[in-house]
Ligand binder design. Structure first.
Ligand SMILES: [Fe+2]
Ligand SMILES: [Fe+2]
Length: 191
């Protein structure tokens, strides 16, 4: 299949191993993919989840919420070797779930009020995160280990993508009166 060959080629190139060398060896191929996933998780987890002004959507309430959202996601980082890491992760997830529920309700109310045309798909994005957080919490409560790494990687990736790609689509409807779009402010500063 052409699509599968493309993925294989791209992944093997990232590790500088020619795909013909590993393609006929399933065990080697599996090891390469596993290493690739592990490295990506390490890189992802090393990145600190902190809100930056470049992430602003131009609405004071939403931007303040997003700062707190990023901080709560960073709060998931927990000492996996500590005796009570499971309990700490559950508490961090509970805080995040509770805040996300409130923040999403605010955004969704604004979207309905402003008759934003992509409200339904945006709500589905929110629901997707809530379902995943609930699943992670239940797995953690059931005593599963290794949930912290997965929870941190997933939520960091989700919040970055959502704020930068999904929430920002809402900018023209979100902006406070008198506020210009972040892109416009950036352009105005250029000589
Ligand atoms: Fe948001
Ligand atoms: Fe959102």
């Amino acid at each position: 299949m052409i699509g599968e060959e493309k993925v294989l080629f791209s992944d093997t190139r990232a590790l500088f191993i020619p795909s013909p060398v590993i393609a006929p060896r399933p065990i080697l191929l599996w090891t390469v993919f596993e290493n690739y996933e592990r490295r990506m998780t390490l890189v992802n987890n090393a990145f600190q989840c902190v809100w930056k002004k470049e992430f602003a959507v131009g609405n004071a309430k939403i931007d303040e919420d997003h700062k707190q959202f990023f901080a709560l996601v960073e709060g998931i980082r927990c000492g996996s070797r500590s005796a009570n890491s499971g309990r700490r992760l559950i508490e961090a997830l509970n805080r995040l779930i509770s805040f996300a529920r409130e923040h999403f309700a605010v955004e969704e109310e604004m979207m309905v009020l402003k008759e934003y045309p992509h409200t339904e798909s945006h709500i589905r994005h929110h629901a997707g995160l809530m379902a995943k957080l609930e699943e992670l919490r239940q797995r953690c409560e059931a005593g599963e280990t290794g949930v912290c790494t997965e929870a941190l990687a997933f939520t960091k990736s989700w919040i970055l993508r959502h704020v930068l790609l999904v929430d920002r689509q809402f900018i023209p409807w979100l902006r406070d009166p008198g506020q210009t779009a972040p892109e416009q402010n950036e352009r105005d500063r250029r000589p």
